[in-house]
Design a protein around this ligand. Structure first.
Ligand SMILES: Nc1nc2c(ncn2[C@@H]2O[C@H](COP(=O)(O)OP(=O)(O)OP(=O)(O)O)[C@@H](O)[C@H]2O)c(=O)[nH]1
Ligand SMILES: [Mg+2]
Length: 458
């Protein structure tokens, strides 16, 4: 019987297959370790996903997070197993697969925990992962939470935003509602907006009581707050909690990095002849506002204490050079009630998506103050933005003439006022009035107040 030549023998084929499998495993382990190393050393999600930071425009953040999820779970798992010994990149025995029974929530928590460990204090680095290239058009939209019944007030707002800004810049506009929008609402809006319009229904789990809230206690708290504006309103509380912790989680927002919040019945008093989103991006800003104001103390009795408890437990989230001086006159002991009025915001969504803000919101939410008191999204956003960002990331749009009942931001600079065709009363500008916090902001941020600002105090 003829012998099979050695190069055709089954043994050789088996041997060759084994060699190929072995090489494949070695190469795979190497690249996994490199990804973990990249994330750990730089906190750079783009690098980890194999996408250069220059190519951010094409990055699907959800995909990026999913890509790092397994590597991050590996890190989290490894660190849990050996709290004393930090992970050393390149040591393959540390690489273990995540347990298959991990839920989505546990995986997301592991990602966050890992990101925190990578770069514990630096929310700006987190935001920069997604930053567009300077000089290019940002991924930005308007966002409006609104009820069907507010259609007419909303049309008034849209007409002014279109006339003063969006007819030129054409950014998408997203409308969100806890109830389905009516056909009439959608048709009317579509006729008014010059750019792409999207309508979103809020998921029930973002607009309802979490299981850790005692609803009987919440109902009693509402009754006891009849003397406070919106004190007895249940929907107002859901709204404030939604604006604080959820609007940026709506899937329609996933495609964007920037938003401009617009409410019904607001006014824009001046032309805006430049792309404000691109200006924010190109100047490395994160949070922009027009009006500052003091909060009603009765609505937020325990907000400051709860916030300080959070930052005491998580000091790594406090930015160096933060704006504590805007919020507190005694270095954090007490709250002076100053905040940015959040009915207008031009800001980076990744601030709210950051581990620091998510942890802060979660902490507040579990304490129950959105329901047992009447915490507004304005002080919540403001305390976070002022403390987890360095102060040079915030921007006061002194040139945007803006009105939300009953206050105005009317540009005081005569050149801005004239060149931008403003039609407001400068004598009515709220910025430096006593009930506003313009003085506190300018002083905390080290900005020079405009000449004659004192005459607005009374
Ligand atoms: N879909 C929906 N939107 C709401 C609800 N309550 C408020 N909003 C929207 O949330 C935003 C803030 O609500 P406002 O009622 O303006 O709250 P506010 O600015 O504190 O109070 P005002 O001084 O009355 O304007 C607005 O865009 C409203 O249209 C609600 O129950 N459902
Ligand atoms: Mg309003």
């Amino acid at each position: 019987m003829a012998r099979t030549p050695f190069f055709l023998s089954k043994r050789l084929v088996r041997f060759a297959v084994l060699v190929v499998i072995f090489l494949f495993i070695i190469m795979n382990l190497g690249s996994q370790t490199k990804k973990v190393d990249d994330i750990k050393n730089t906190g750079d999600l783009n690098k980890a996903s194999g996408t250069g930071t220059d190519n951010v425009d094409g990055v699907d953040k959800i995909a990026v997070l999913k890509t790092v999820a397994s590597a991050a779970s590996v890190m989290a798992e490894s660190q849990k197993n050996n709290a004393q010994a930090p992970i050393v990149a390149g040591t393959s025995p540390e690489i273990v697969q995540p347990k298959p029974e991990l839920t989505q929530k546990e995986k997301a928590d592991a990602v966050e925990a890992s990101i925190n460990r990578m770069n514990p204090s630096d929310t700006v680095s987190f935001i920069n992962q997604f930053q567009g290239v300077k000089g290019t058009r940002p991924k930005a939209c308007f966002v409006t939470l609104v009820r069907n019944s507010e259609l007419h007030g909303l049309v008034d707002s849209i007409r002014l935003v279109e006339k003063r800004f969006n007819a030129q810049f054409k950014y998408d506009w997203i409308f969100l509602n806890d109830e389905p929008f009516t056909l009439e609402f959608k048709d009317t809006i579509q006729r008014e907006v010059s750019s792409t319009v999207k309508f979103g229904l809020i998921p029930t789990e973002h607009w309802s009581y979490p299981d850790y809230i005692d609803q009987t206690k919440a109902a009693k708290a509402r009754e006891a707050m009849a003397h406070i504006i919106y004190g007895t309103s249940e929907s107002y509380r859901h709204m404030c909690r939604y604006q604080s912790g959820f609007f940026w989680r709506h899937p329609l927002l996933d495609d964007y990095d920037w938003y401009w919040r617009v409410e019904p019945d607001i006014k824009l008093y001046c032309d805006i002849n430049y792309d404000v989103f691109q200006w924010m991006q190109d100047h490395d800003k994160v949070y922009g506002f027009t009006i500052t104001i003091h909060e009603y103390v009765d609505t937020i009795k325990t907000l400051w204490k709860t916030s300080m408890d959070f930052f005491t437990e998580n000091p790594n989230y406090l930015a160096k050079n933060n704006l504590m001086k805007f919020l507190s006159d005694d270095n954090g002991k007490t709250y002076n009630l100053c905040h940015f009025w959040s009915n207008f915001e031009i800001a980076n969504l990744n601030l709210w998506r950051s581990p620091a803000y998510k942890a802060y919101f979660d902490y507040l939410d579990h304490s129950g103050g959105f329901f047992y008191e009447r915490w507004g999204d304005a002080p919540v956003h403001s305390i976070a933005a002022a403390l987890i960002l360095p102060q040079d990331k915030l921007h006061y749009f002194s040139d945007i003439g803006y009105h939300h009942v009953p206050y105005d931001n009317c540009p005081l600079d005569p050149v801005v006022y004239k060149n931008n065709n403003c039609d407001c009363d400068q004598g009515n500008d709220f910025t430096f009035q006593n009930y506003a916090c313009g003085k506190e902001y300018f002083e905390a941020a080290g900005l020079q107040k405009p000449p004659g600002w004192e005459k607005y105090r009374d």
